[in-house]
Design a binder for this molecule. Sequence first.
Ligand code: CA
Length: 226
Amino acid sequence: MTRILIIEDEPDMRRGLQDNLEFEEYETVGTANGNEGLRLALKESFDLIILDLMLPGMDGMEVCRRLKEAGSRTPIIMLTARESESDKVEGLESGADDYITKPFSLQELLARIKAILRRTQTHPSAVHEYSFGDVTLSFDKYEAYKAGKPLDLSPREFEMMRLFVEREGETLSREEFLKEVWGYTSLPQTRTVDNHVAKLRQKIEDDPDSPRHIITVHRMGYKFIR
Ligand code: CA
């Protein structure tokens, strides 16, 4: 059974999440406290952690950082209260796999949970390591190198590269990226994908203005060429 740890200090929110996730047949453990959450996450085995950003004691960012430092690879969805906090989370690249801004719909959260679990559970190791040009990606270790130098790819950028690599040569639509990498089911901004592709090109292409690996397919999306 899929186990989800919920670290959230607002009692109504925590219980609501637990009830709804249990209704969806997930097993849940809830705690209001960051320190306790960290202890549980390190001691027990979970498939996913839902982590509130603003917590008394140790905040979500710190919990996230300590988990990654301890070598935990359990995926984390961060809950943030405001759009400005989301920016902060993204900016600091705390190591969370995804974040969702309150108030959010249950449907939205469930879609994100399913997208992350699909990535981590069904094909945990479809591709371990992959090289093209002078770039090497290690999906197991979340490490990337270009010309021997470490590349700073965010978890999201890794997942985009994973999708590209797994579907090499195929044209992938922006909607497909949003569904597979972001877990969106409704229609968000496809610009988001373009922005992330632009960032990825800056990192992996020799000349980002005339990319050789991540190719734009006019009106369709993108494709990856080795
Ligand atoms: Ca809170």
